[in-house]
Design a protein around this ligand. Structure first.
Ligand code: CP
Ligand code: NVA
Length: 335
């Protein structure tokens, strides 16, 4: 039967108190408890990958991507393989996912063969609709609105570097885009401080900001929206930027290139952050635009740590959504 009723964790007691959710479309699906669970699991998986190598044995993942990808595609593929499952990739860059048949019909095919669907789309609504129809988990691998998997890997990287995320402040400087949205929601869930500085007219989505502020009320997170990049980075522990024109906005690249230069992360801007402040970028970077070579290649740049951690966080997300089983090592009575 194509019902959503069987969407329950296979092994809910895998880790005591572990969080479970049916889909990861938005960071809001995880909430504070789910974000903590992902970071905790990712830490376990990074430190002891061999314990989890059969955790999702026999599980099959399919990815449909309407936009290009290096990191997200390969870390999902390596991630499920590292957990004992298999991956299939469908290049959807030539036509939208629903060009040939309805999303509902696609969902009711996929759920007969596959265990999890990973989507990278233009419209966020495409991912929401697939999840509404499919009885198997759906994961957002980037939409125009959010990039939840990336922001989870970013805060995992910050946790490794700084420890207590409640004590740090991150400044995001640039376009109020999918990356800004997911960082805002993730910081809110973790009780962390975040400042987002954008040009006027490029502020983050009002509903995302309202939702992040609502979550922040429960967790004690601090959220500030500004237009001044210098005020945003003053004394912060991490400075983050992203493309001025995201995938699908290529026709605006020229007009945006005239507006965004004051938001470039360069040596002068980094000098206003804390002395050991991390530089962060989801990649791909447009060197010479949103960031200079000097900052990208500096000792404080953690961009490749972020990229590495995509793998561990992707594994944690897959495990969490698929209710994976794991054989924990038997401890000696004398250990
Ligand atoms: N950061 C990120 O999502 O990279 P890709 O577009 O290469 O997947
Ligand atoms: N904001 C960028 C993120 C790329 C990972 C984009 O959507 O193109």
């Amino acid at each position: 039967m194509n019902t959503l009723q069987n969407r329950a964790p296979l092994v809910p007691e895998t880790f005591p108190g572990i969080f479970w959710c049916p889909d990861l479309i938005s960071t809001r699906d995880l909430g504070p408890q789910g974000v903590e669970a992902v970071l905790h699991l990712a830490e376990l998986m990074k430190s002891r990958p061999s314990v989890f190598q059969r955790a999702l044995a026999g599980k099959q993942m399919v990815m449909f991507f309407e936009k290009p990808s290096l990191r997200t595609r390969l870390t999902f593929e390596a991630g499920i393989t590292g957990l004992g499952g298999t991956a299939m990739f469908v290049d959807q860059s030539k036509s939208p996912l629903d060009a040939r048949e309805s999303l509902s019909d696609i969902a009711h095919n996929l759920e007969r063969w596959i265990d999890v669907i990973v989507l990278r789309t233009f419209a966020h609504a495409t991912i929401e609709e697939m999840a509404r129809h499919a009885s198997i988990p759906v994961i957002n691998a980037l939409s125009d609105l959010e990039h939840p998997c990336q922001a989870l890997a970013d805060y995992f990287t910050l946790k490794e570097r700084f420890g207590d995320l409640r004590k740090i402040c991150l400044a995001y400087v640039g376009d109020g885009n999918n990356m800004a949205h997911s960082l805002l929601l993730t910081a809110a869930c973790l009780g962390s401080s975040i400042r987002v500085a954008t040009p006027k007219g490029y502020e983050p989505n009002a509903q995302i900001v309202a939702d992040a502020k609502k979550i922040a009320k429960q967790t004690g997170a601090h959220i500030e929206l500004l237009n001044d990049p210098h005020a945003a980075v003053a004394g912060v522990d991490a400075v983050y930027t992203d493309a001025w024109a995201s995938m699908g906005e290529e026709n605006e690249a020229e007009s945006r290139a005239k507006i965004f230069p004051p938001y470039q992360v360069n040596r002068e801007l980094m000098a206003q952050a804390a002395p050991q402040a991390a530089f962060m970028h989801c990649l791909p970077a447009h060197r010479g635009q949103e960031v200079t070579d000097e900052v990208m290649d500096s000792d404080n740049s953690v961009v490749f740590e972020q990229a590495e951690n995509r793998l561990h966080v992707q594994k944690a997300i897959l495990y969490l959504l698929l209710g994976g089983a794991v054989r924990l090592p038997v401890r000696s009575a004398h250990a």
